[in-house]
Design a protein around this ligand. Structure first.
Ligand SMILES: NC(=O)c1ccc[n+]([C@@H]2O[C@H](COP(=O)([O-])OP(=O)(O)OC[C@H]3O[C@@H](n4cnc5c(N)ncnc54)[C@H](OP(=O)(O)O)[C@@H]3O)[C@@H](O)[C@H]2O)c1
Length: 316
């Protein structure tokens, strides 16, 4: 496992992170705890969650899993999504950030969050208010580093410019979607982030599991898969002709390189410029070991270049 500095900071994060949005919903408590322990044992130190996931269940289960091993893990959580029906139960106002961080700390059973992320840009709150609230959390010790998620290039630059103007904590990371079937951040988010010292912790690197090769064009998904559990919503989102075309072409490249499709996909994502860590979800502990094996494959540049060329249409 390689550990990389997250953006322009001294924080070292594993090149693969654990995604936990299935905890407490698609994965029960006992399985989820085993997944966290498998990830730590495999060298993953970054665990990504949000107050949204399982309506707090993901954070609560991570708290249980880390009870006797808190210092081995970096917890990254987020706020923004509604946590109640009230007008202040959402977004990134000072009021909601302060309420949300305390609720996350309680569920996680910890007194600090390693990376606190703004889940989306909040168009109803001045960015000065958001950055000042985050600065206060860092100063007060509840939060150690701050990041954003799903921000555009200008939003990243604007937020950090406000922080710089006042000498406040800056965002060191952004969390966008990125995989061979969605390379849109290469246009603007990555160049802006490289200039700003912001690292990308990317989600959906396996395109929801499509790039494990377990789904075949025109065939019913395996019974225990996310596609079977989520049904039409998943199918509409991922099972496009263009995605299957690319998946099948990459399977050919993987065969030639002597690796699995998932290993090829994850190795390519983790090697892309600006990408610090790839967040991979798992529904059972064995998947963690399979996915972590992608960190060790060491593929030749010629293989990487072929994936880059094949997936070029997905840059727009
Ligand atoms: N910031 C945001 O807005 C945002 C949005 C979405 C996600 N996220 C984060 O990103 C994380 C990753 O998302 P994701 O889990 O959807 O990513 P993904 O890597 O695209 O898909 C992972 C899914 O593929 C399947 N899978 C994984 N490894 C496998 C293997 N070796 N063999 C077969 N199937 C395998 C599992 O589902 P099944 O086994 O159930 O099929 C797993 O849940 C989330 O947990 C969350 O932390 C953030």
């Amino acid at each position: 496992m390689e550990y990389r500095n997250l953006g322009r900071s001294g924080l070292k994060v594993s090149q693969m992170a654990l995604g936990t949005n299935a905890f407490g919903t698609r994965s029960d408590e006992a399985t989820s705890i085993k997944i966290v322990h498998a990830a730590l044992d495999a060298g993953i130190n970054l665990i990504d969650t949000a107050d949204l996931y399982g309506q707090g269940e993901s954070e609560r289960i991570i708290g249980l899993a880390l009870k006797d091993r808190r210092s081995r893990a970096l917890i990254a959580t987020k706020c923004w999504y509604p946590t109640g029906d009230g007008p202040n139960d959402r977004g990134t106002s000072r009021k909601h950030i302060m309420d949300a961080v305390d609720a996350s700390l309680r569920r996680l059973q910890t007194d600090y969050i390693d990376l606190y992320q703004v889940h989306h840009w909040d168009p109803t709150t001045p960015i000065e208010e958001t950055m000042r609230a985050l600065e206060d959390l860092v100063r007060g010790g509840k939060v150690r580093y701050i990041g954003c998620s799903n921000f555009s290039g200008w939003q990243i630059v604007k937020a950090n410019a406000v922080a710089d103007r006042h000498g406040w904590a800056r965002f060191i990371s952004n969390q966008p979607e990125y995989s061979p079937v969605n390379r849109r951040i290469e246009q603007e988010v990555i160049p802006a982030s490289l200039a700003e010292g912001v690292g990308q912790i990317v989600y959906f690197p396996l395109a929801g599991g499509l790039f494990t090769g377990k789904y075949r064009r025109g065939q019913a998904p395996p019974e225990d898969s996310r596609a079977a559990k989520q049904g039409q919503r998943f199918v509409d989102r991922w099972f496009t002709e263009a995605n299957f075309d690319l998946m099948e072409a990459m399977e050919g490249v993987a065969r030639e390189a002597g690796v699995t499709l998932a290993q090829l996909t994850l190795a390519w994502v983790m090697a892309r410029p600006g990408v610090t860590s790839a967040i991979v979800g798992a529904s059972r502990p064995e998947q963690v070991a399979q996915n972590v094996s992608a960190c060790e494959v060491g593929l030749p540049q010629e293989i990487m270049d072929r994936v880059t060329a094949l997936s070029e249409p997905f840059t727009r």
